[in-house]
Design a protein around this ligand. Structure first.
Ligand code: OXD
Ligand code: MN
Length: 581
């Protein structure tokens, strides 16, 4: 008797008509064989194996370099369940339209059956998925990003308890590209793109869009958050989760190296993109990292901004859309040292520092195993997760939002997350640098109506007798000349220290209409090129700016109509009142 998984594989093969079927076992030998086949086929090229052992380069189709939010749909039974935050298509229409694109799509190709676990293999909070794909690049990337192969197959066994993901490169045409989610069926269909966020279905599609939907039904949280542990000089480790939109420095923060001035502190990485968080029996919130690798943005990464990741990506790494030097080593804008005199750019064309185009694509990436990261926490695979004491919500905002402030309580914290705004980045197609509303950094990833999502967050607070403290942060404030006011990167530890002080009741704050702000003496700026005027600017409430911002917040919340929880409206009114309007 075939298992449900075998039946689904058979049905999918009938639809997509592959030349052959390969069930991935996740072994090292299989990984190397696939890499070798791709190298022979020209899908991958070898980098300098002496300096970058087992590292390879993939160049994608130039039209397929980022997440395509306008082609991403949540196909719930009713439009209202997907909400104004998602593109929606009725499930029957989606199945017909996209099913036609899958019909015969794998002709002359191998179909890879990729079973995987999201989360530590022995964690009760982990979940299984199976991705059927015709892309060997996806299969090898999934081996880095998840616990892939036999362990997952064993866990699934004869059950039907796994998320189904069907992926085909199709013809890579943006006109025939769709990323469809059916949360009610725990099913994902993705066609026409090989880009990580669209094609590695465990990541955004499962761990966030379907995950957030599952989390709402089951009483937990699936969030676009890094998780880190801060060890202080007394040896105490405090865990913090932080939501930032794509390409706003989550990977750098998760692996922060304390500057020499911050003696005795250490940062331990638990995760750098996604957190699954469950209420524990002790009333605290416990987080696991569902991933096993990092799919990070290359440009701007160097040994000042992120020495730990620079060490991580020196071996066993797949680079996508970076440039290559004549020496066969990868190169991207903002890497260490001067640019090479010449290089081959991300599209395979000759490039020199005088070229008007970039050498690497602004959203070029590396896929690399988490186990290689020097700052990985000893707790990162703890099946129970780590207890979260603080949650940070951070956007990229040149003005208005102070460096850091704390919410008055959980409900106010949910409001701080719900009102998050950020400037867009190259991680998604479309204009870069435009301010958009991105509640909890989940706008592109919440698999259901965000009005209900805010309600779910509020209910979670009621379940937690010892909830994390909630903060808003902004490393990206600029002066009138467009210069950053705060040095960022490793120096962000100075802000985290204030957060720790608040969590442990060791430091005071100034109560303001928007929340509790540090007293200037609360942020240690010794040795930094930050004058007291600059610090004052970073920690001042711009009353007029906030009064004006409220109108935009209200207009946004109105979009959610009846689904918007009244508690969020109450927070809006309370803020208005505190600002004296
Ligand atoms: C990512 C993203 O790749 O957020 O993590 O786009
Ligand atoms: Mn992300």
């Amino acid at each position: 008797m075939p298992t449900p998984l075998e039946r689904w594989v058979e049905e999918t093969a009938q639809l997509t008509r592959p030349k052959n079927i390969h069930w991935c076992d996740g072994s090292e030998a299989e990984y190397h064989r696939l890499i070798q086949e791709m190298t022979q086929a020209g899908t991958l090229s070898e980098l300098n194996q002496k300096e970058y052992p087992a590292c390879f380069l993939h160049r994608s189709d130039p039209s397929d370099v980022a997440r395509t939010e306008h082609l991403t749909f949540v196909c719930t039974r009713t439009k209202d369940d997907a909400g104004p935050n998602n593109n929606w298509m009725a499930p029957p229409e989606a199945k017909e339209k996209v099913g036609a694109l899958f019909s015969g799509a794998m002709k002359d190709r191998t179909m890879y059956v990729v079973p995987y676990i999201m989360g530590p293999a022995s964690s009760p909070y982990s979940q299984c998925g199976v991705e059927i794909t015709d892309s060997p690049y996806v299969a090898v990337n999934m081996r880095i990003m998840t616990r892939m192969g036999k362990a997952a197959l064993d866990r699934i066994g004869a059950s039907d308890n796994y998320v189904k993901g069907l992926h085909s490169l199709g013809d890579l045409s943006p006109e025939r590209r769709f990323i469809m989610h059916f949360p009610e069926e725990r099913l994902i269909w993705s066609v026409g793109s090989g880009y990580g966020g669209n094609a590695l279905l465990g990541k955004k599609c499962f761990a966030l869009r379907l995950g957030s939907h599952m989390a709402k039904e089951e009483g937990w949280l699936a969030e676009h958050m890094l998780v880190l542990g801060i060890e202080d000089p007394s040896g105490r480790t405090t865990y913090v989760a932080a939501a930032f939109p794509s390409a706003c420095g989550k990977t750098n923060l998760a692996m922060l190296v304390p500057p020499a001035s911050q003696k005795g502190y250490k940062i331990w990485t638990v995760g750098e993109d996604i957190a699954w968080m469950h209420p524990g029996p002790d009333g605290r919130l416990w987080a696991i990292n569902p991933e096993a690798g990092f799919f990070g943005v290359a440009p701007g990464t160097n040994s000042r901004t992120n020495p730990n990741v620079m060490a991580t990506i020196r071996k066993n790494t797949i680079y996508t859309n970076v440039a290559v030097t004549p020496h066969g080593t990868p190169y991207w804008e903002g890497m260490d040292g001067p640019p090479p005199h010449e290089a081959i750019d991300w599209q395979g064309k000759p490039w020199t520092p005088d070229s008007v185009t970039k050498a690497a694509h602004p959203n070029s990436r590396f896929t690399t195993p988490a186990t290689q990261c020097p700052s990985m926490s000893s707790e990162w695979e703890n099946p129970q997760g780590v207890p979260i004491s603080a949650i940070l919500f951070g956007g990229r905002r040149a003005s208005l939002i102070p460096l850091v402030y704390q919410s008055f309580n959980w409900q106010h914290g949910v409001f701080l997350g719900a009102t998050m705004t950020s400037e867009t980045t190259a991680a998604a197609t479309g204009a870069v640098g435009v301010v958009r509303r991105d509640p909890m950094a989940m706008l592109p990833f919440c698999g259901y109506n965000m009005g209900d999502y805010f309600g779910h967050w509020l209910r979670m607070g009621q379940k937690l007798t010892n909830p994390p403290q909630i903060f808003r942060v902004n490393w990206f404030r600029m002066n009138a000349e467009g210069k950053y006011l705060w040095p960022g990167f490793g120096e962000n530890l100075r802000v985290l220290r204030w957060v720790l002080g608040r969590v442990h009741g060791e430091v005071g704050a100034a109560e303001t209409p928007i929340g509790n702000l540090p007293h200037p003496s609360g942020i240690d700026v010794t040795g930094l090129d930050v004058t007291s005027e600059t610090l004052h600017e970073l920690l001042t409430v711009d009353w007029k700016g906030w009064q004006e911002a409220i109108a935009g917040q209200k207009e946004y919340f109105q979009k959610y109509g009846e689904r918007m929880p009244k508690e969020i409206w109450q927070q809006c009114e309370a803020l208005e009142k505190r600002l004296g309007q």
